[in-house]
Design a protein. Sequence first.
Length: 190
Amino acid sequence: MKGNLYWQLFTTFFKIGGFTFGGGWAMIPLIEREVVDKYRWIEKEEFLDELAVAQSLPGILAVNISVLVGNKLRGLKGSIVAATGTILPSFVAILLIAIFFSQIYNNPTVASIFKGIRPAVVALILAPVITTAKAARLNRWTILIPVAVALAIWMGGLSPILFIILGGVGGYLYYLNKQRYQRKNKRRND
């Protein structure tokens, strides 16, 4: 059974790494479908938490998520198997491109294919943003936070790292305030 799960982890993340274009955000719907819906390795809420952690860590989003899922299921070995599955398709593709780069660099067919892929990648990136916003239960007031952050990064040239740190501090302060409020209500009810 253990070996079977390792194989499932590897093949699942190999498929994710090999059949999605556009980077981490474009992979999120496929990762969610496989990890949450198909195999039920983690719950939707936990997926959103892991997505937040994966975004906050340095490195590639899909690899970070694969490491977190692999670790949850089988510890260090699971992390290595899942990460290898995610990385291997890109490694092979880059290796092949490097070998044949001079032959395809100016090929109009290849250029046309990539021009056709671009709009699909935008849709693949937009879909998880909308899904994540719904799952995070954003309302008309809380939607202002991600919109303001996106505008500050895009138009203001501010670092995303700043907002990750501010979000972590804000979440921690919110947690402390919520705990204080609950203790206060508990004392009042006692």
